[in-house]
Design a protein around this ligand. Structure first.
Ligand code: F6P
Length: 322
């Protein structure tokens, strides 16, 4: 048998671990793997070539993805998906492994539903917002990167007795923001899924801290928060209260870097399991973890509501900031 593997959407640390495991597991089963370059665009362009255990040497450690990645508009067209399935079959490919986030899994689900081509997903996105799994590749690494950066910001915030607004990634997810806020002892957190994180609530939270003797504060803001992001809130606070605050946008440094052990381990487990299940004739699912156990989730579940940070966790930020 021969399988193809690609990475799609935003890159995430741990994707390389998954690619490596796919190749090594296939090798152990005497099967072949084609690497598809540049995500779904590589299917459209038939840009694939064989991957071997040796071409995957020493890729466990670096972030990014050796296969490159991207978002592919062309794949939104049904005719493109039909053509891709035909091209894969003509190349003797028996199944496709897609490592990516919600958009990539939606593409996998459509490809499978419309053409019957066997597809399996491995959750790879720093946002940790895929239904049915407690974690996704890259989340743990991104979280640790954000926490490390904010620990440094805390030093200078305390030294200057300043307020810092730190923007973290998450266009439509507050998972990184809320977890980072807990782990770095932030005074407040603003994130897209919250209905309570209004400007007024933030002001009263900061005021309460000031009255308790706090002279420096850190507010973590998810990039997709309704307030419009850290710069917008910063401007408003400056205009209204004349504060000498600073704004830091952590941006894409959260997407890079060497994966944590956890991201390497899950990348490895999911990569190997995806191959074993495809080889056994299973398809139309994606890998996940629930309560520490490896699980597989039907591809159609990708359309379910995305997981949001638990409300209790967001509420705890305020309690721990006392
Ligand atoms: O990978 C997910 C994500 O990091 C989102 O949190 C973010 O909004 C988006 O990717 C940004 O991606 P890009 O800059 O590549 O468009």
């Amino acid at each position: 048998m021969r399988f193809a593997v690609l990475t799609s959407g935003g890159d995430a640390p741990g994707m390389n671990a998954a690619i490596r495991a796919v190749v090594h597991q296939a090798d152990a089963l005497c099967m072949e793997v084609y690497g598809v370059w540049r995500g779904l665009q590589g299917l459209v362009d038939q840009e694939w070539r064989p991957l071997t255990s040796r071409t995957c040497a020493n890729i466990l450690q670096p972030g990014g993805t050796i296969l490159n990645t991207g978002r592919c508009q062309a794949f939104h067209l049904p005719a493109m998906r039909v053509q891709a399935a035909r091209d894969l079959r003509d190349a003797g490919v028996d199944g496709l492994i897609i490592i990516g986030g919600n958009g990539s899994f939606t593409a996998a689900e459509l490809l499978h539903r419309e053409t019957g081509f066997p597809c399996v997903g491995i959750p790879g996105t720093i946002d940790n917002d895929i239904p049915g799994t407690d974690r996704t590749l890259g989340f743990d690494t991104a979280l640790n990167t954000a926490v490390g950066a904010i620990d440094r910001i805390r030093d200078t915030a305390s030294a200057h007795e300043r307020l810092f607004l730190v923007e973290v990634m998450g266009r439509s997810s507050g998972m990184i923001a809320v977890n980072t806020a807990i782990a770095c002892g932030a005074e407040a957190v603003l994130y897209p899924e919250s209905e309570q994180d209004t400007y007024e609530a933030l002001v009263s939270q900061l005021r309460a801290g000031w009255e308790r003797g706090k002279r420096s504060s850190i507010v973590v803001v998810a990039e997709g928060d309704q307030s419009g992001g850290a710069f917008k809130i910063g401007e408003r606070l400056r205009d209204d209260y004349g504060l000498d605050l600073r704004v830091v946008v952590l941006g894409h440094i959260q997407r890079g870097g060497s994966p944590t052990a956890l991201d390497r381990i899950w990348g490895s487990r999911w990569g190997a399991e995806a191959v074993k299940r495809l080889a056994a004739g299973e398809s139309a699912f994606y890998m996940g973890v629930k309560a520490g156990e490896l699980v597989s989730i039907p591809l159609g579940k990708v359309h379910d509501q995305r997981p949001a940070p638990p409300k209790e966790l967001a509420a705890l930020v305020g309690v721990l900031a006392r």
